[in-house]
Ligand binder design. Sequence first.
Ligand code: PGA
Length: 256
Amino acid sequence: MDERRDLIVGNWKMHATHLEAIQKIQKLSYRLRPEDFERVEVVVAPPFTALRAAQLVIETDHLPIRLGAQNVHWEDQGAFTGEVSAPMLAKLAVTHVIVGHSERRTLFAETDTIVNRKLKAVIRHGMRPILCVGETLEEREVGSTEEVVVRMVRDGLAGIPPEAVAATAIAYEPVWAIGTGHHADPDDAGAVAELIRGTIRARVGEVADQIRILYGGSVNPGNIKGFMAKRHIDGALVGGASLDPDTFAAVVRYWV
Ligand code: PGA
């Protein structure tokens, strides 16, 4: 199996002005060492309005922190009031784009078809998508976790060639674990991650071994280690615990 570098992504959601973003990124950089970045690819995903300021601080201070976006539109340009396109993000040195987060799916009616279009736009413009998948509590209770996750992975990646699939990360985020303080059991999350890799392998073969699979949902410095110990989990998508630079740095340095 290929060596997969850890990937830890801070999803700030609708938090932080551009000024706050600068402070957070600088503080985070003070708390991380070169060795940490060798082991972990660290991404922060602030709101759109903070991306330019974040890009500038990262470039000016030569920080090894990567920039993520939380959403994207699937068209490159046009009459889509309020939307932001992939070429606009790519020009801001955004390297990763979160696609299909459960909050987008449930609050903003994103379907698997929309998610798939967004994924293709991200890839077309040379960035890396982070495809979020995960079951709701109701789906879990009726035993359809596997079915839901497999469908979201399959439909999300539909029509994407193997080499582009390799650039994609999958975040397994059980909806009931997001922002609730109730994280999944690491064994269960590890089993779903294995299922995700198997699903991708069935479509694109060996390339599946290069894909990073993240766990997300109430990750914090106290529980991250348990998830990272799982063979098929290569990182985390972190919401609440990514807002405070001290806490997020402790998540990134999970082995310490
Ligand atoms: P949380 O959010 O860490 O606050 O649960 C995770 C996410 O929504 O990506």
